[in-house]
Design a binder for this molecule. Structure first.
Ligand code: NAD
Ligand code: UGA
Length: 334
């Protein structure tokens, strides 16, 4: 099975022109920087405008002056997509509405429209223009938590939240298009496991914990803090994402995780060690759809993409902490 994911042509593909959707977001902005560093021209598409949106401006600060970076403010639900992806070697589709907990509420229509309907529009445009590779951001949440062992790509998905349902629909939608005879686009879906690092979204745990550590405000934990996550450092996630576009492949799904699962209370202890003072913890009721544990089986991604998660949690958290100290006040977090 694993061998069949590699195609006969074994020469790595070169990305000269890349489109990154969700470019002004957390992972997308890191991906843009890495692609530029590798010499690609990058068209960065996002509905958030860095001229009016502080988070987008901060996220794009280190690429906005690069002459090979072309930011486009556009909403994939409605915009003309074909002009954006003309002559692209690969599209990295990270645009979407993330986050498990808010997806139960009134914003669900936005999850459906951005994660599913916009993806269908993108897929149609890519097929019409014969763009050879789509790398699409899927999510560990499609598994609905581990079953006492790391989750493998062959496991039956059991999404436990509306968000997770939309991410499963998104990846399967792309794969369904790609499986049609003669489809010119190869699809690689990456199931990212809780990505952290500088510029992490402000609804996410490590960003909130490190902000609490710097400001002295409490960190609020949903439930008893015994839940475990496979935390993945953003540079590692980006390296896997680029490999997914450059390695010759057939349509495929890969886990992108560290392969280790850490309890939230242990993460709080690590943060305490980094700042060398106590952190106040408050407990809130457990959140709906919050699975007890995630952990990636990374054997497929290691053997097929040749990718290894390299960053230890304590090392990644130290870099993330430096960023919170430097930028937290701009974002109103610290
Ligand atoms: P993010 O919110 O920081 O970035 C997503 C970006 O997509 C935002 O800038 C947003 O403005 C943009 N966007 C949303 N809808 C759009 C639309 N209709 N048109 C154009 N732009 C649109 O999120 P992130 O944490 O960087 O996540 C990126 C992707 O990875 C998402 O698809 C998310 O579901 C997925 N993912 C993230 C994680 C994680 O731990 N961060 C884990 C698993 C999967
Ligand atoms: C994260 C992303 O937010 C999703 O977009 C992504 O799809 C998912 O990872 C994934 O791996 O697929 P999550 O694991 O919930 O989802 O990541 P965090 O928001 O960082 O939460 C991690 C844990 O900390 C959860 O148990 C959550 O309940 C808890 N948490 C979070 C708190 O206790 N307090 C907070 O303030 C925030």
């Amino acid at each position: 099975m694993i061998d069949s994911l590699r195609t006969a042509d074994s020469s790595p593909r070169v990305i000269r022109r890349a489109v990154v959707t969700g470019a002004a977001g957390f992972i997308g902005s890191h991906l843009c920087r890495a692609l530029l560093q590798q010499g690609a021209t990058v068209i960065g598409v996002d509905r958030r405008d860095p001229d009016t949106d502080t988070v987008a401006a901060v996220n794009l600060a280190d690429v906005s002056g690069d002459p090979a970076f072309f930011p486009v403010t556009a909403d994939l639900r409605t915009c003309a997509i074909e002009p954006l992806i003309l002559d692209a070697d690969a599209v990295f589709h990270l645009a979407g509405i993330p986050g498990v907990r808010p997806s139960w509420g009134a914003g669900f229509d936005d999850y459906v429209a951005c994660n599913i309907t916009a993806t269908q529009r993108l897929m149609h445009a890519m097929i019409r223009l014969r763009v050879p590779r789509l790398v699409v951001a899927s999510s560990s949440s499609v598994y609905g938590g581990t079953l006492g062992r790391p989750s493998a790509e062959t496991d039956h998905p059991r999404p436990a939240s509306p968000y997770a349902v939309t991410k499963l629909a998104e990846e399967q939608l792309c794969l369904a298009h790609a499986a049609r005879p003669g489809c010119p686009t190869t699809v690689v879906a990456l199931r990212y496991f809780t990505v952290y690092g500088p510029r992490q979204r402000d609804d996410m745990f490590i960003q909130r914990l490190l902000t609490a550590a710097v400001t002295g405000r409490p960190i609020q934990i949903y439930g008893d803090g015994t839940q475990r996550r496979d935390f993945t450092y953003v540079d590692d996630a980006v390296a896997a994402t680029i490999a997914a576009a450059t390695v010759p492949l057939s349509n495929s799904v890969f886990n992108v995780g560290s392969g280790r699962s850490v309890r939230l209370t242990e993460v709080v202890d690590q943060a305490r060690r980094l700042v060398d003072h106590p952190i106040v913890v408050e407990t809130l009721p457990a959140a709906n759809g919050d699975v007890h544990a995630t952990c990636a089986d990374v054997s497929r991604v290691q053997s097929v993409l040749g990718w290894e998660p390299e960053t230890e949690l304590i090392t990644g958290m130290a870099t993330h902490l430096d960023w919170v100290r430097a930028c937290g006040s701009v974002l109103g977090a610290a």
